[in-house]
Design a protein around this ligand. Structure first.
Ligand code: ZN
Ligand code: ZN
Length: 369
């Protein structure tokens, strides 16, 4: 076997181990099978990267359904049986599910399109129950393997290098969209599949919108610019936010930046295996309260990431779930004052038994250009 062949065989073993872990969860819920419709979940369980697929997973069978455009690709990639369906793939699923004789079949309520659900319900006998079962695969995905962490680490290194290169180019007069395009271009040159999400470049008052996107507005001297970016590399995402100032920033923005940095460091300090997500969020909020800025912090402190940019766990005020070693999450407090501007500082980190490993380790002071 070639080295590449051996690596592919190892990967298929890993996919089968994931399928078995899911089958164990199905047994615990008395489900005979599960229909996976989220693309990232299909990729995680079977290694298939195509955009049209459904995966049926049970104790006794794992079958990927796709259309003829992906037939050859699925045959090579998928760590399971493949069925190529000429019409709607959910139509091809029905006779196979009938033959398997599954009685209680789980599905992903927030990921299965209603039209597909209807087609399945209409095609299956009345004795078969379709049972909504949220986040079964996402729960498996929350703790990353060493190989997955290595991919996220490479993705983060790409984002950091692209950020450094583009920082050297930023000048007043450049448009936000130009800066975003440069970041995306550099990430691709550095080996990314593309950006992990629409790159945010928000300058001046526009930064008060937490997800402002990048507009045709030109950057002006004296403004602070919020840059939120991440790469997707080998399928895995990263997420990084830093603030850049064009010349000396105003006193108010500088003060907001000091407070957010304090909150971000306090949250990072709180992260370790066994701590609740809510406790990490609380650490950030308490720091902002000392600066009377807590009410301007309008989102949660962070989120998991991996194959998707937003995955469980959510580091929010009401999230009692506990962090496990091997989870990869962001720590990203921010404050947004309409008419003034916004400040956010974000890192991608791996949870370890004693704390964190920061994958986006670069200076966080307000970068004055
Ligand atoms: Zn981000
Ligand atoms: Zn984020």
């Amino acid at each position: 076997m070639t080295v590449r062949g051996a690596a592919a065989a190892d990967a298929k073993e890993e996919f089968r181990a994931r399928q078995e872990r899911l089958a164990g969860k199905l047994a615990a819920r008395r489900l005979d099978g599960f229909i996976v419709s989220a693309q990232a979940n299909i990729l995680y369980l079977a290694g298939f990267t195509g955009s049209n697929g459904l995966l049926a997973v049970g104790q006794d069978a794992v079958v990927l359904f796709t259309d003829p455009r992906y037939g050859a690709q699925a045959a090579e990639q998928a760590a399971c049986r493949v069925r190529v369906v000429r019409r709607l793939i959910e139509g091809g699923l029905v006779p196979v599910l009938k033959r398997l004789g599954w009685k209680r079949i789980g599905f992903e309520p927030s990921r299965l399109p209603y039209s597909m659900f209807e087609k399945l319900r209409a095609g299956l006998p009345g004795t078969v129950r379709l049972v909504p079962a949220e986040s079964l695969v996402e729960e498996l995905r929350a703790v990353k393997s060493a190989e997955e962490i290595a991919r996220i680490r490479r993705s983060a290194a790409t984002a950091l290098e692209a950020f450094a290169r583009v920082n050297a180019m930023i000048r007043p007069g450049m448009r936000e969209a130009e800066v975003a395009a440069e970041l995306d271009y550099q990430m691709r040159r550095l080996g990314a599949d593309g950006p992990a999400f629409d790159t945010i470049v928000a300058s001046g008052e526009r930064s008060a919108w937490p997800h402002a996107g990048a507009s045709s507005k030109a950057l002006e001297t004296g403004e602070a610019v919020l840059i939120d970016m991440g790469a997707r590399q080998d399928g895995y995402t990263s997420d990084l936010t830093r603030m850049v100032a064009l010349g000396r920033p105003g006193r108010r923005i500088a003060r907001m930046h000091r407070a957010v940095l304090e909150a971000q460091l306090a949250a990072l300090e709180a992260v370790r295996e066994g701590v609740s997500c809510a406790a990490v969020d609380r650490a950030a909020r308490q720091a902002l309260r000392r600066h009377r800025l807590e009410r301007y912090f309008v989102h949660s402190t962070g989120h998991g990431l991996g194959l998707e940019i937003h995955e469980p766990p959510r580091l929010g005020a009401r999230e009692q779930a506990r962090l496990c070693a091997g989870m990869v999450v962001t720590i990203e407090p921010g404050v947004y004052i309409p008419g003034v501007g916004g400040v956010r500082i974000e890192d991608t980190v791996v949870v370890t038994p004693g704390g964190v490993e920061i994958l986006t380790d670069t200076r966080k002071e307000l970068l004055v250009i």
